[in-house]
Design a protein around this ligand. Structure first.
Ligand code: NIG
Ligand code: FE
Length: 425
């Protein structure tokens, strides 16, 4: 067969493939598909063969380019399933306030936090937002992220939310991390609606969501079959379960897929509400009850855990990923990169934290950062594993065993990033 690229002799090719096209659960999360002395062949941006080097080499005639991956691991590019990467400014002042004792929720209740970034983002031009966000995406790429979800939510008025969607579309077309758009208009109450949450929900349902759905229908995302999500921050001082339900149900009726921030600080019924609406994912899960874990495990919804938030906020209340996996839930990992609760671009760091504080094994963390993360954002038919027919989004890792990815931390073992079969880093 024809190939543009043959990567051969890898110490390990780790496919992360699932046999049934579904997210991995339970014991299957440990089965990441390790092929010793492995090879991957790529043609026209897609994987055309994967297996032992001698088998793949025999199938491929005269590849245009070869990479000898001796002593290295080849694995799928990471999928960052939850990000707020598109915004302007920073929250260094808030960081110092927190170091001196203020809590994240205190700062939010005092009108800072997300609202602070909302002001900076409303004031910034589209060009500025794109430029600032591009720097973060470049860093994510260098750390191995090849696909990421990207939320709005720092506009909180229609014009600025559409500006953020435009920024996401421009960034998707002009840098190498593929993006999946999410409308998070229900991220916080903007100052003029602080005392009237239901009026803001009415505005989201009656005006903003229909405008976002119309934007999506005209966008290149719709043409390419990339889904668009609606999300909500179900939390004290943000949106309660009933308000969250109204927003998500309205988005769903407009054809959007559903996800929700639930149980970050306080468990207030968001998880069963979102799962029962058929959410693709529920995210955070730090305070999820055993009963709600069972509810999640019995559904097709992926549970996304975000341990960089706990690390950043100095909290020991990590989501109990071990219990989620043991209950049978499909678990994914993400950075939650954002200026307040997690200024973190690194999936390998998130995997390292998940192994130490959330009870995952390196294999489970890798499955959670690839195939399950792809399911959590509705793109698992394209990315998240090394399988014939899927996009050739691959990493060459400077270690002979994939477990180094979670074992080491603070550096960067990703030596090459391949996107659609092209070496981009
Ligand atoms: O996922 N929790 C709500 N949203 C983000 C934080 C956003 C911010 O602080 O700017 C999160 O943690
Ligand atoms: Fe978030």
């Amino acid at each position: 067969m024809d190939a543009d690229l043959l990567i051969h002799s890898a110490a390990q090719v780790v496919t992360c493939a699932a046999t049934d096209g579904k997210p991995k659960r339970g014991a299957a999360m440990r089965e990441v598909g390790v092929i010793e002395n492995g090879a991957v062949a790529v043609c026209d941006g897609a994987v055309v063969a994967v297996g032992p080097t001698e088998v793949v080499q025999a199938e491929v005639t005269d590849p245009r380019r070869t990479i000898d991956a001796s002593g290295h691991v080849v694995c799928p590019g990471f999928v960052d399933a939850h990000t707020h990467v598109v915004y302007a400014g920073n929250r260094i002042a808030e960081f110092e306030m927190r170091l001196q004792g203020a809590t994240y929720l205190d700062i939010m209740a005092a009108g800072g936090g997300i609202i602070d970034t909302m002001r900076a983002t409303r004031d910034a031009s589209l060009v500025d937002i794109v430029a600032q966000s591009r720097v973060r995406l470049d860093t994510m790429l260098s750390l191995g992220t090849t696909t990421a979800e990207a939320k709005t939510g720092y506009g909180l008025d229609l014009g600025t939310e559409l500006k953020l969607l435009q920024a996401i579309a421009q960034l998707d077309l002009t840098q190498h991390v593929s993006l999946v758009p999410t409308f998070l208009g229900a991220h916080a109450l903007p100052p003029d609606y602080r005392e009237r949450p239901d009026d803001f929900v009415n505005l989201l349902v009656a005006e903003m969501l229909p405008a976002v759905a119309a934007w999506y229908d005209r966008s290149h995302f719709a043409r390419e079959g990339t889904p668009c999500f609606v999300d909500v921050f179900c939390e004290r001082n943000a949106f309660d379960a009933a308000q969250s339900h109204r927003v998500l149900e309205a988005g769903k009726a407009l054809g959007m897929k559903v996800k929700a921030h639930v149980d970050e600080f306080i468990s207030m019924g968001g998880l069963p509400m979102a799962v029962d609406l058929g959410a693709t994912s529920v995210d955070h899960l730090d305070t999820t009850t055993p009963q709600d874990r069972t509810h999640l495990a019995a559904s097709d919804t992926v549970g996304v855990v975000l341990p960089a938030v706990n690390f950043n906020l100095g909290s020991a209340d990590y989501a109990n990923a071990r219990a989620l996996v043991d209950a049978g839930a499909a678990v994914a990992l993400a950075t939650d990169i954002n200026p307040g609760s997690a200024p973190c671009p690194s999936m390998p760091l998130v995997m390292a934290i998940a192994c130490r504080y959330q009870g995952l094994l390196p294999s489970e963390a890798l499955a959670a950062a690839t195939i399950n993360a792809a399911h959590a954002i509705g793109v698992a038919s394209r990315v998240g594993s090394i399988e014939v027919g899927k996009q050739a989004d691959l990493l060459i890792v400077d270690a002979p065993d994939y477990r180094h990815l979670a074992y080491e931390f603070g550096g960067n073992l990703v030596s090459r990033v391949i996107k659609y079969g092209n070496i981009v880093r």
